[in-house]
Ligand binder design. Sequence first.
Ligand SMILES: NC(=O)c1ccc[n+]([C@@H]2O[C@H](COP(=O)([O-])OP(=O)(O)OC[C@H]3O[C@@H](n4cnc5c(N)ncnc54)[C@H](O)[C@@H]3O)[C@@H](O)[C@H]2O)c1
Ligand SMILES: CCCCC[C@H](O)/C=C/C=C\C=C\C=C\[C@@H](O)[C@@H](O)CCCC(=O)O
Length: 257
Amino acid sequence: MALNGKTAVVTGAALGIGRAITEILVKNGAKVALLDVNEAEAKTLKKALDKQYGQENTLFVKCDVESEEQIKAALQTTADTFGGIDIVCNNAGILNEGEWEKTVSINLLGVIRVTYLVLKHMNKLSGGRGGVVVNTASMAGLGPFLTCPAYSATKHGVVGFTRSMALASIVSDYGIRFNAVCPGFVQTDLMDNIPNNLGQFSHLADIEKEMVEKMGTIHPSVVAECVLELVTDERKNGDHLLVKSNQKSYVTFPEVL
Ligand SMILES: NC(=O)c1ccc[n+]([C@@H]2O[C@H](COP(=O)([O-])OP(=O)(O)OC[C@H]3O[C@@H](n4cnc5c(N)ncnc54)[C@H](O)[C@@H]3O)[C@@H](O)[C@H]2O)c1
Ligand SMILES: CCCCC[C@H](O)/C=C/C=C\C=C\C=C\[C@@H](O)[C@@H](O)CCCC(=O)O
């Protein structure tokens, strides 16, 4: 999929991985709607992108993925502004074991909310152009993550949801591909804030540090390059790209049926 003339929606676009995804998509010719709750940072990013690529190529819509109404409005504004939606990057997420229900609501339910609401815009059966959805899961969605059980559960859910939507889309002939990127430790605010967000598992903070030291960290731009691969390679559907310490590999899952 060439990105020129394509429209992308990125949730959690203002900072970290979402910012890197937004930048690489705009750089490669897409028009991008930045959805985030952090208005100040999102506007700062848009200003920088406007200067480099022109203001007509991006749109900021304040949107909390916990709110169905805000998602509906943001998707409609995007479609009205750019003429449709071809790419969705469900990236918004938090890690807070002390507020685990909010973590579930954003990381898992937010991905489901946006996906289900964007179908009417993208689904070929309802006049859409088809396209691709790339969800930001995590390495913690592929195996146990003892310091953050609830967070890990949300990412396992995103993996299962992505794999299921990929198959549902094929059978339903939606014309939409569904993939996920599964990063290890990435240098973002989410990582920086981890010591304050382990809740009842704060006694495991040292184990967390050992995992990071052992596994190493990656720059958000490395994750964005993986997302670009999942967006542009039209052979990818139901694929999960694991990226850690600058190594990347496609995950194979056990056959269960
Ligand atoms: N940093 C890592 O090590 C790492 C690794 C694997 C996966 N991830 C995942 O990557 C995604 C991005 O995380 P990050 O590390 O870039 O974090 P980050 O905190 O740097 O950025 C998260 C962005 O999401 C936005 N956001 C938070 N809640 C929101 C909501 N309810 N609605 C809309 N926007 C919201 C924030 O304002 C922020 O701009 C998350 O889903 C996270 O779980 C992160
Ligand atoms: C310290 C900040 C937390 C960041 C959360 C973010 O999502 C990153 C998670 C990074 C690592 C998770 C590691 C989990 C490791 C084990 O579950 C392992 O079994 C995963 C196996 C995946 C694989 O190598 O195939």
